[in-house]
Design a protein around this ligand. Structure first.
Ligand SMILES: Nc1ncnc2c1ncn2[C@@H]1O[C@H](COP(=O)(O)OP(=O)(O)OP(=O)(O)O)[C@@H](O)[C@H]1O
Ligand SMILES: [Mg+2]
Length: 252
């Protein structure tokens, strides 16, 4: 399975964010996308998902042109957004939210009856504690909710996952556990994940894209996590900590 970003050029308002981007994301495996705030990580994901149309260039999924066509990705790509546009006053429980996404993301939503096993499997894989399954989503903590949204992306068992900063808002122990979950998912799926701390998922990572708008470097971790490249992309917001790269998280 692969996603090909072919000579892609994306503008947001009048600002050019991505320019002449040529990358092949190939799986199964874990690919990290890192870069400072405003670098274009979310913009790249929205472009791959067909939710933003590039001014120029194409997105190919296993050879099919899916540029600007989100409907072609149903059942093939699971997406966990960085922020969630959900009215938290809606009375959904965790189970209902994940179950309803199973129907939404299915190719055949009308004939699909509730699939209890798929919902349960997604909740377990995403590490959502069973005691939370029948609680209202509005009653969860930010980190607990984050896992529910990972379950939502997993529920149709798509071969490709795009996760936009899944480890943000999770406590340190939870981050390690969730990084392990994501790592094990990448044994069978193409998992593309953005992050501000590449070290947590490093041992599972096959390739890293270091991005800062029109500048990018794509390669194996040892090729791209070098002082020269990090200086070029981040300026001074990073340091090597006992051979680990620590990138400062400036999120507010
Ligand atoms: N909805 C929008 N309308 C116009 N411009 C936008 C919009 N969202 C983001 N941008 C701009 O596009 C550029 C890239 O933003 P993007 O959200 O892709 O960065 P990012 O790498 O995901 O950053 P972060 O680490 O903060 O999530 C930024 O200059 C940002 O201001
Ligand atoms: Mg982002």
């Amino acid at each position: 399975m692969y996603i090909l970003v072919e000579d892609v050029y994306v503008k947001r308002d009048s600002q050019v964010v991505l320019e002449s981007m040529n990358i092949k994301f190939e799986g199964p495996g874990l690919i990290q996308v890192i870069g400072p705030n405003g670098a274009g990580k979310t913009t790249l994901f929205l472009t791959i998902l067909g939710l933003l149309k590039p001014v120029k260039g194409r997105i190919l999924l296993d050879g099919t042109d899916v540029t600007g066509r989100p409907e072609l990705l149903k059942g093939k790509v699971g997406y966990m957004p960085q922020t969630f546009d959900i009215d938290l006053n809606t009375p959904f429980t965790v189970w209902e939210l994940v179950d309803c996404c199973m129907r939404m993301y299915s190719k055949w939503p009308r004939i699909l009856r509730g699939n209890k096993d798929a919902v349960k499997e997604a909740l377990v894989k995403a590490g959502v504690d069973e005691s939370l399954w029948h609680k209202k989503v509005s009653e969860l903590s930010g980190g607990e909710r984050q896992r529910v949204f990972l379950a939502r992306a997993l529920v149709s068992d798509p071969p490709i996952l795009i996760l936009d900063e899944p480890l943000a808002n999770i406590d340190p122990h939870g981050r390690v556990l969730l990084a392990e979950t994501i790592g094990s998912l990448s044994k069978e799926k193409l998992v593309i994940v953005s992050s501000h701390d590449p070290s947590l998922m490093l041992k599972y990572t096959s390739m890293i894209l270091v991005l800062n708008k029109n500048i990018y470097v794509y390669g194996e971790p040892r090729e791209v996590l070098t002082p020269e490249i990090l200086r070029k992309i981040y300026g001074f917001g990073w340091e090597l900590v006992e051979k680990r790269v620590q990138i400062y998280d400036f999120h507010t």
